[in-house]
Write a protein that binds this ligand. Structure first.
Ligand code: NAD
Ligand code: ZN
Length: 780
């Protein structure tokens, strides 16, 4: 044996002791179990080769950690041991061979197969059927008295049921926190500004080892028994038989416990549990396999820290350590900037992982992660890999801070944190969210690319054959500036790109063109408004009934739509504040034949759009439902309310606190907001009925376009298209998005496209902008 080996042994022991203390005593492990297990395996291998080096204090010979001084100590009359591990079928087979050899047995064994719950071992002592003491495993000989906390665990019986139990009965099992309870607990902690627990085991251990039982009582702790310790009268001759008996006395067991014959079936059990691992409501890190016959267990006995008759067959790790080599910032469809961790590739959760999402700036701050750090990454099931924590003790001197960019990495535009309006009872405040976004809309190449890929995807416009490479080329060549430009592409355009032949280019052009007929709700999803998916789009289409109206609909009215809450309403509103997106929208209504557009908002929405609702929504201090009702009854209009004076409020009998709240609320900017709101509501046809009409659009009978269908296309010079539309509608026109035989007139601005052609085909009357003004002039 060399001094090198001795050196390695010393280092391993020191490391294992250090991390064992963090895990068992502090409940704050720094390493994933897989890394700890590897060190332990290394230690075991050296000790197997050099048995003379095994000392009584080696981590391989000991169980758990020293009990915390804060608790009263409990001596276990029968030691609480650990388990040996197997990591593959060969090691499991070797386990059976060892016991067979020892017993000179020819036959295989019957086993008890159990999930290996990832919590902590607890001993419950019942005297005359009453729970008198609960203790942790501690170092196996001495544990901590945690009776006060165990009593708060909901499925631990304080009194045994049935009859026939031994006068003294020690039940052993695992205390754990189920997955959903763990998530809720962490959410709650984060909300309170406290640290999140790294995993359910830590949360369970930390909760159980609290001095104040009120804390444990609030934690979702559960207990499943897996063996019997001390018993004043021996009962049962098989392990499974004993567990079944415990169950009859009211002690909870894992429903997965199973009696299994022979090793092949044990392996099948292991495989089955492994495939269901992520669906189980609690974390497990393997299965435990125990020889079922108590007589055989007794013949096999124990080694230093574990029984010979049982083994833990561990699952592949879901948590591993690796190096964070760099952080890249990706720009998504809605401009959201996502930091992506570039990792040294590592095998975890069954696949090799080299990227993990870091979500946002807050997550980076929460983790305190630096480039160059050793990090723990977790991949459970199909969930995207996450960075769980940083191994701070392994931080190199040259670790660098992760700097969140101030400008978009794709286009250089400023990045802003998303601010959302949080409504409280009668006020609202702006809250900074964790997401940051590039502010450049479709002018940002990255957002444009993602928007196009989204736009052509199955659930949106559904155009086949526009892969990422093609989209990139379309953007760099400048052919496509918004997703709507796809509809203008010609065979010639595609021929300019790599890899297109006449036939493939033709095919793609026709694949795009057949998608011009779309239902309104599909168009709405395709816009790519954050949070607006299929069902929300359907609800919006039904209630709002047109793209143009949607773009103009104020937030306060959007929330009246089923499925649309304050947040979604805010997202829709923000979306349309970008001029590039407004342009996109105009193009879409030009180029598509949208079906399902309606002339008016739905009757249902209109009915809900009362002045009372808006007063209630505005977040005016002191104005809840009661005062909103008073205000709407008194003023009948937001504009009129906004110009009310002190004496008006007084004469309405409002008390002085309300009067001063209203006067404080009404300043120049809110007055403007109120009149804008009322104006927008009128524009989209959501104005409450009882109000007097605004006079600017009043006309004398007969209205020039009464009952006539008008279509607008192209761009106009003198007035915005939406304003022209409103004007025409006030003259009785029905403004539609598509040409048909029944179209009275097509008003074509500059750059009119397919609609102009169609109007020609159908011999519909066509006016240019000049003609339109003439016609309107005659009328006014
Ligand atoms: N991450 C770290 O830094 C760190 C440090 C120390 C230990 N650990 C981890 O702790 C474990 C070693 O701890 P250990 O000595 O408690 O051994 P163990 O967890 O591998 O096995 C023994 C324990 O398994 C539990 N168990 C769950 N289901 C069981 C069942 N059906 N039957 C019997 N026992 C069952 C019991 O609590 C028992 O005490 C390893 O997984 C190791 O990776 C991690
Ligand atoms: Zn950008």
């Amino acid at each position: 044996m060399t001094t090198d080996t001795q050196q390695i042994l010393q280092t391993l022991k020191a490391q294992l002791n250090y991390h064992g203390h963090l895990y068992y005593v502090e409940d704050k492990p720094e390493l994933p179990d897989a890394e700890y297990d590897r060190m332990m395996q290394e230690l075991l291998a050296i000790e197997a080769e050099h048995p003379e080096l095994i000392t009584a204090d080696s981590p391989s010979q000991r169980v758990g950690g020293k009990p915390l001084g804060a608790f009263e100590q409990v001596r276990h009359e029968i030691p609480m041991l650990s388990l040996d591990n197997a990591f593959d079928d060969a090691e499991l087979t070797a386990f059976e061979k060892r016991i067979r050899d020892r017993l000179s047995a020819v036959e295989g064994f019957t086993y008890s197969c159990e999930p290996k719950l990832d919590g902590l071992a607890v001993s419950l002592m019942y005297e005359n059927g009453i729970l008198v003491q609960a203790a942790t495993r501690g170092d196996g000989t001495t544990g901590e008295n945690i009776t006060h906390n165990a009593r708060t665990i909901r499925n631990v019986p304080l009194q045994l049921q049935g009859a026939g139990w031994p006068a003294r009965l020690e039940v052993r099992g695992e205390v754990f926190i189920p997955k959903d309870g763990f998530e809720k607990l962490n959410e709650k902690n984060l909300k309170k500004g406290e640290k999140a627990f790294a995993n359910p085991r830590n949360a369970a251990a930390g909760s159980l080892r609290q001095l104040d039982p009120k804390i444990a009582a609030t934690r979702p702790l559960r207990f499943y028994a897996y063996s019997v310790g001390l018993m004043s009268e021996v009962f049962g001759d098989s392990h499974i038989g004993r567990l079944a008996q415990l169950k009859m006395w009211g002690i909870p067991l894992s429903p997965e416990v199973k009696k299994v014959d022979g090793l092949a079936n044990v392996i099948a059990y292991y495989q089955d549990i492994m495939t269901r691992r992520n669906e189980l409501p609690y974390e497990i890190d393997g299965v435990v396999i125990k020889v079922d016959a108590i007589a055989t267990q007794e013949r096999l006995g124990f080694v230093a820290r574990a029984p010979r008759w049982a083994i833990a067959y561990k699952f592949p790790a879901q948590e591993e350590i690796t190096l964070l080599q760099d952080v890249e910032f990706q720009v998504g469809r809605t401009g959201a900037i996502t930091p992506v961790a570039k990792l040294e590739p590592v095998f975890v959760g069954g696949v090799t992982v080299s990227n993990a999402s870091l979500h946002n700036a807050d997550e980076i701050a929460r983790l305190g992660v630096k480039i160059g750090d050793t990090v723990i990454i977790r991949r459970a099931g199909d969930v995207i890999p996450q960075i769980v924590s940083v191994v701070e003790s392994r931080r190199p001197d040259d670790a660098r801070d992760v700097v969140f960019p101030a400008e978009c990495p794709a286009c250089g535009a400023p990045i802003r944190r998303v601010v959302k309006e949080k409504k409280q009872k009668t006020t609202s405040k702006l809250v900074e969210m964790s997401i940051s976004r590039c502010t450049n809309g479709l002018n940002c190449k990255a957002q444009l690319k993602e928007s196009i890929s989204y736009f052509v995807s199955k659930r949106c416009i559904d155009i086949d054959g526009l892969g990422e490479k093609i989209v990139e080329q379309l953007i760099t060549s400048g052919l496509v500036k918004t997703p709507a430009d796809l509809f203008d592409l010609t065979t010639g355009d595609f021929l300019k790109l790599d890899g297109f032949k006449e036939l493939s280019a033709n095919n793609l052009v026709s694949a795009i063109s057949v998608r011009k007929n779309v239902d309104l709700d599909r168009v709405i999803i395709s816009l790519g408004i954050p949070e607006v998916g299929e069902s929300t789009s359907k609800a919006i289409a039904k209630d709002i009934g047109s793209l143009q109206r949607l773009a103009k609909c104020p937030r306060e009215a959007l929330i009246l739509i089923d499925d649309v809450g304050a947040e979604v309403a805010g997202e829709i509103y923000n979306y349309f504040t970008s001029s590039s997106r407004q342009q996109f929208l105009t193009q879409l209504s030009d180029k598509l034949e949208i079906s399902g557009e309606t002339e008016f908002v739905s009757a249902d929405l209109k009915r809900k759009s009362t002045l009372f609702h808006y007063f209630n929504q505005l977040g005016i201090p002191k104005v809840g439902k009661v005062n909103a009702k008073k205000l709407s009854d008194s003023f009948k209009s937001l504009v009129r309310f906004s110009s009310a004076e002190y004496m008006d409020f007084v004469s309405l009998g409002f008390n002085s606190t309300l009067v001063s709240a209203l006067r404080n609320y009404l300043n120049d900017s809110t007055k403007l907001e109120l009149s804008n709101l009322e104006y927008s509501l009128r524009e989209v046809g959501l104005h409450w009925e009882q109000d007097v009409p605004m006079d600017i659009f009043e006309h004398d009978e007969p209205k020039k376009f009464e009952g006539k269908t008008v279509v607008l296309t192209g761009t106009f010079n003198y007035m915005k298209r939406n304003d022209i539309k409103a004007l025409l509608e006030d003259m009785g026109a029905k403004v539609s998005g598509s040409i048909s035989k029944n179209t009275y007139v097509l008003i074509a601005g500059e750059k009119a496209g397919s609609k102009l052609a169609k109007a020609n085909d159908l011999k519909v009357v066509i006016w240019d902008e000049e003609r339109l003004w003439k016609e309107l002039g005659e009328n006014q």
